[in-house]
Design a protein around this ligand. Structure first.
Ligand code: P5A
Length: 451
């Protein structure tokens, strides 16, 4: 993409309504624009990152054997009346009536809708196990939408639902989700710690939240610092293996890590004092096992091998896809702007032409652009007639992890400059070597062209 032809409405001033750094940088980098309280338009740069995160979530869900589909945003209230949650959900639910006076709602979650699909089409244990998921906009009429996409009213969520014959099978699905979530967050450059939590309006007492540690997080968390040493890495996992998934769950959840809702001071005090941490975190996902809560309410039964009918065991599993943009920025920025992890960066690298209009510099930038594109990468070429300082400031703000700077002086010696946004370190390389190096860096990140 050439910056002169892109739509990147960067703001010079700090927007006064933004209280936390991620909100500030998302507005300043021209990623989002508020349309109403807690409702945002996703401008091209923000949309690109949103889609990259969504792609990682899809890939990891499908890798775990979960099946993608799509349900609508608007739902009939009937199913919610059947489950009893129509009244329970209270004012967070946006209620609408259509021209015929029928009660509708903008879905805050989809347990009812998916259970209805299940009961209409599945009746036998032979069709189990089954996990269906979608990535769709949700609406919760939050009393205090704030911090930009972090606590929106309209937000993008991956929600998955497992259907199993027995509690044991459903717990395997739970563990499988935990593993796939750990993998997904790591691909996004995040450490998200699974913590014992509370079921809230979704229900069930077997639930973990995934928290990214950040001072601006809305949740107070208590944990044993040893949990932050754990990484999933690139280990191969057989998602069908009950033992392997169970092993990962035990490894990642056996140390003390709880949100304030489930915090137990006496247990916490058993953690050696030097490892006890009280901090704040951003909840980027939550997994639930709630047994037969919805299947009993909605009559979703399956026939077992013995011919007997019983309500199907279920769980639901959510990732806050749009919230993740905020969480990643909170975890990865400096005073100049965002620092995108390679896994989610909107463009793989920037090209800054120090002397736009200089025939040699222009030609060198064009050929870099072509070579990077041919290597399957997506560069953002700042081809505007602007001062170098302005170009650097924009690149730093939008946070591309790598920048190639091209100028007449370097070109005389056959070199360009490759700079890491994270470390600030630069090295001089031939243009070919710079392309090669960037291609090698991204070879470790399954990456592709964005939208
Ligand atoms: C699990 C999937 C559920 O709704 N039902 C379907 C279950 N869980 S949850 O914890 O309530 O939400 C899942 C994730 O969605 C994100 N989230 C939000 N993101 C932005 N703004 C909001 N107002 C908001 N509310 C929830 C969180 O990341 C949460 O973990």
């Amino acid at each position: 993409m050439r910056l002169s032809r892109y739509f990147l409405p960067v703001l010079k001033e700090n927007p006064s309504e933004a209280q936390i750094v991620s909100h500030r940088y998302m507005l300043r980098a021209g990623m989002i624009k508020q349309s109403a309280a807690g409702i945002y338009s996703w401008l091209p740069l923000g949309f690109k990152v949103l889609k990259k995160i969504e792609t990682i979530v899809h890939e990891e869900q499908m890798r775990a054997g979960h099946i993608p589909m799509l349900m609508p945003t608007l739902q009939s209230a009937d199913l919610w009346k059947e489950s009893g949650r129509y009244d329970d959900y209270g004012q967070e639910m946006l209620r609408i009536s259509d021209r015929h006076g029928r009660d509708m709602l903008y879905g805050p979650t989809n347990e009812e809708l998916i259970t209805d699909i299940f009961r209409s089409h599945v009746g036998s244990y032979k069709d189990l196990p089954l996990t269906l998921y979608h990535i769709q906009w949700k609406f919760r009429d939050e009393i205090r939408p704030r911090f930009g996409v972090m606590r929106g009213r309209e937000f993008y969520m991956k929600d998955g639902y497992n259907f199993d014959l027995t509690k044991e099978d459903a717990l395997h699905a739970y563990n499988r989700h935990l593993v796939s979530y750990l993998r997904s967050y790591e691909r996004m450059g995040l450490q998200a710690i699974p913590m014992r939590a509370d079921g809230g309006p979704i229900g069930g007492d077997y639930t973990h939240e995934f928290l990214v540690l950040a001072d601006t997080g809305e949740s107070e968390v208590f944990y044993d610092s040893a949990v932050t040493d754990l990484t999933f890495g690139d280990r191969a996992i057989d998602y069908d293996s009950v033992e392997q998934c169970q092993g990962v769950l035990e490894e990642f959840t056996s140390k003390y890590a709880r949100t304030d809702e489930t915090h137990d001071e006496a247990l916490f005090n058993e953690v050696p004092e030097e490892r006890r941490r009280v901090a704040r975190g951003i909840e980027v996902g939550q997994i639930f096992y709630f047994g037969t809560k919805y299947s009993e309410a909605l009559g979703a039964n399956v026939q077992g091998p013995d011919g007997k009918q019983s309500p199907v065991h279920m769980g639901s599993h959510g990732i806050g896809v749009s919230r993740l943009l905020g969480a990643i920025i909170e975890a990865s920025h400096d005073d100049k702007g965002i620092i995108w992890p390679e896994g989610v960066t909107p463009f793989h690298c920037g090209i800054v032409n120090l002397k736009q209009g200089d025939a040699e510099a222009d030609a060198a930038c064009e050929s870099l652009y072509e070579a990077l594109t041919a290597a399957g990468l997506e560069p953002l070429y700042d081809d505007r007639k602007e001062r170098a300082g302005g170009k650097f400031a924009t690149m730093d703000l939008i946070g591309l992890p790598w920048r190639i700077t091209v100028g007449p002086r370097g070109l005389k010696n056959g070199v360009v400059e490759l700079t890491s946004r994270r470390s600030g370190e630069s090295e001089e390389l031939s243009p070919e070597a710079a392309v090669q190096k960037i291609a090698e860096i991204y070879a470790n990140h399954q990456t592709g062209r964005g939208f």
